[in-house]
Design a protein around this ligand. Structure first.
Ligand code: CP3
Length: 344
């Protein structure tokens, strides 16, 4: 690597502290950006955009250009995996994802995890395009949903408030549910490995609904499959840092870090900074500004961002939000936030 310095994000994930941490934002590409809405309108459906390498690469690069983020995150969705396993997935305006629910052993039996990397070839073509276009200080992040979170959409048939169907299936027929989770582990290892082969330098595993599980189920449906994915990806790509985001995991977070072997953990909005600092003795941490503060902007956002920086910049740290950028966010507030993070 003579002549090359390690990218700031990769350094931080490798355990190095710096005065000015690297910064990127979950959902940094998306509807809050007028340049995204333009491409989105030209593309057709949301999935058409996800499977169009030229347009998906363009929207991946938009926030990097506008804000000089330290990372690009592949523009795609966690639900391309069930789509590629043969479950019908659609995104309806104002309604979010709609899937034909899979609720029994027969439905789970019909899902095919082995053809996923072949069917998602356009996604890897996007990764290649982005990798070729990025400035050499900016890291490219690939991602996938964790099995529990992806399974929740597959079994519920979309978003859910109470997770009645997916929890019901897991409690009633844990053999059938384990078969679904196993297929998702297989598909996810293949999907993340293919992103890495195409040029992803870091991967993040989103477990958005980890926080709804009781202790035993957290162990079984969040930690165990995540560990299987970490081990599977690491066997193929030992040097690619992995970030886990077990949103809402609270008191289970320490165990999640210890047992999955993840390189870094994303802190959600509710994690107290002193807890984040304590977790930082175990691995690099990322987070955790409230996305609503980014909608508000101004002094409340600045004060909160400075508080995060003052507690977490002393160790390996990546500045981010505690969840994704909201569509109502004024784009100029993101510029203001980056100025604060970079010492302005
Ligand atoms: O972060 C990024 O900029 C990369 C792209 C990305 C998207 N989705 C694009 C998207 C990533 C990393 C995701 C992950 C994702 N998708 C998660 C985990 C993270 C989280 O936010 O909790 C989840 C749960 C999903 C599933 C999903 N996709 C839902 C529930 C919805 C509908 C709600 C919404 O925000 O619209 C989506 C659609 C989606 N995924 C959009 C974008 C930009 C909006 C669709 C549009 O532009 O029409």
């Amino acid at each position: 690597m003579a002549g090359h310095t390690v990218k700031p994000l990769i350094r931080a994930l490798g355990g190095v502290a710096s005065e000015t941490p690297p910064v990127w934002l979950m959902r940094q590409a998306g509807r809050y950006l007028p340049e995204y809405r333009k491409i989105r309108a030209e593309a057709g459906t949301f999935l058409d955009l996800c499977y169009n390498p030229e347009k998906a690469a363009e929207v991946t690069l938009q926030p990097v250009r506008r804000y000089a983020m330290d990372a690009a995150i592949l523009f795609s969705d966690i639900l391309v995996v069930p789509d590629a396993m043969g479950q019908n997935v659609a995104f309806r305006e104002g309604e979010g994802p709609v899937l034909e629910p899979v609720r029994d052993a027969a439905g789970i039996g019909r899902l095919d995890p082995d053809g996923v990397a072949e069917r998602l070839a356009p996604v890897y073509a996007t990764v290649e395009r982005v990798a070729a276009a990025l400035p050499d200080t900016v890291a490219l992040i690939g991602f996938a949903g964790a099995p529990w979170t992806v399974a929740s959409y597959m079994v519920e048939g979309g978003s859910s408030k109470d997770f009645r169907e997916v929890k019901g299936l897991a409690y009633r027929d844990d053999g059938a549910f384990a078969a679904l989770v196993d297929k998702l582990v297989t598909a996810t290892v293949a999907h993340l490995s293919a992103q890495i082969d195409a040029g992803a330098e870091v991967v993040q595993i989103f477990d958005t609904w980890a926080g709804v599980l009781p202790e035993a189920e957290f162990e079984r449906w969040c930690i165990a499959p995540t560990k299987a994915i970490v081990d599977g990806v690491r066997a193929r790509a030992p040097n690619v840092p992995m970030i886990g985001f077990p949103r809402g995991a609270a008191f289970n977070t320490e165990r999640y870090i210890a047992e999955t072997g993840i390189d870094a953990v994303g802190l959600d909005t509710a994690v107290p900074l002193e807890v984040g600092k304590w977790l930082q003795a175990r691995c690099a941490v990322q987070g955790n500004l409230d996305p609503i503060l980014l909608v508000e902007g101004g002094a409340p956002m600045e004060t909160a961002a400075r508080a995060i920086l003052s507690v977490l910049s002393g160790g390996p740290f990546v500045f981010n939000l505690g969840h994704g950028v909201l569509p109502q966010t004024p784009p100029e507030h993101v510029a203001q936030l980056l100025q604060v993070v970079r010492g302005g």
